[in-house]
Ligand binder design. Structure first.
Ligand SMILES: NC(=O)c1ccc[n+]([C@@H]2O[C@H](COP(=O)([O-])OP(=O)(O)OC[C@H]3O[C@@H](n4cnc5c(N)ncnc54)[C@H](OP(=O)(O)O)[C@@H]3O)[C@@H](O)[C@H]2O)c1
Length: 269
């Protein structure tokens, strides 16, 4: 059965790569695309494919949803992704969320809406296979080594902080990690912000974000113990290709469950 997809963010860095991959996939069909500046254009041309796909780009997701679809994929911006997810769910569409910037409260609201509508939502701060492996290894390590902190590196232009990769990892680690030995931030003198942001519960993880030219996206987990240290690091290259396979796997599987699942490993088997 062909899975019909509406892609929000079809002209973006990741969106363009997804348009090309969906057009090539025999079991997927692009039936709608959203991007404000390319509204009215053919999605294939707007995404730089050099060929028409017969799908017109819409200015809003609401417009695009006039065409029946099975799954909405979102790779847009942090300020619109929650609205897109809830709009898609209101139309009883499954949702794959690649866009970063959603908070734990946002995810809770999306989960509730998904359950109410009998739909699935799969959100991942990082859809690449190797980043998913980094996360899996880091979560195992955090159960054994009490002191852990995360450094998140991204380009100077990135709109949100920390990255979705780092935020999601800290939230998951907060659930499984043991109490660390570093002094509590409240007890410190000096500029406390330099210790980073505390993310996750019940035991938060300090996350430090570096933003500067030359970085694409890297995430480093440092686990320290007495006289030894383990560093687990993922570096993304310059192309969006690593996110495409994971996102399409999510689109194929998101209709198989109800509610919100987070992380590509939820459907990797
Ligand atoms: N989960 C992952 O594996 C992963 C990997 C890479 C990136 N990301 C995240 O994915 C998001 C997109 O990244 P990107 O680098 O592809 O961004 P990008 O190149 O800036 O593309 C954003 C796309 O969204 C559209 N858009 C922006 N605001 C919109 C709105 N209000 N309504 C409708 N469309 C809108 C843009 O077109 P218009 O401006 O013309 O509307 C464009 O097509 C970011 O949050 C990024 O951090 C996640």
């Amino acid at each position: 059965m062909t899975i019909r997809i509406i892609l929000a963010g079809a002209t973006g860095w990741v969106g363009r790569a997804l348009v090309a991959a969906i057009a090539e996939a025999g079991d997927l069909a692009l039936v709608g695309a959203v991007a404000r500046n390319a509204a009215g254009q053919d999605a294939g041309e707007a995404a730089g494919l050099g060929q028409r796909l017969g799908v017109t780009v819409s200015a809003t997701l609401n417009d695009a949803l006039e065409t029946p679809c099975d799954v909405v994929i979102d790779y847009t911006k942090p300020d619109i992704v929650k609205h897109h997810a809830l709009t898609a769910l209101a139309h009883r569409r499954h949702v794959v969320i690649g866009t970063s910037g959603l908070s734990a409260d946002d995810y809770a609201r999306i989960h509730t809406a998904a359950e109410a509508q009998g739909c699935g939502v799969l959100a991942a701060g990082n859809f690449s296979i190797t980043a998913t492996l980094m996360r899996r290894f880091a979560l195992i390590a955090a159960q054994y080594v009490p002191d852990v902190e995360i450094i998140d590196y991204a380009s100077a232009k990135k709109a949100d902080t920390p990255s979705g990769t780092a935020r999601e990892l800290a939230e998951l680690m907060g659930e499984v990690r043991r109490p660390g030995t570093a002094r509590a931030v409240e007890e410190l003198s000096g500029v406390r912000e330099t210790r980073g942001g505390a993310i996750g519960a019940p035991i938060p993880v300090q996350v430090h974000s570096v933003r500067m030219p030359s970085f694409t996206l890297s995430c480093e987990v440092i686990l320290g113990a007495d006289n030894e240290r383990l560093t687990i690091r993922h570096d993304a290259g310059a192309s969006a290709a690593p996110y495409v396979a994971g996102t399409l796997l999510a689109a194929r599987r998101v209709g198989s469950f109800v509610g919100l699942k987070r992380g590509l490993d939820a459907v990797m088997g």
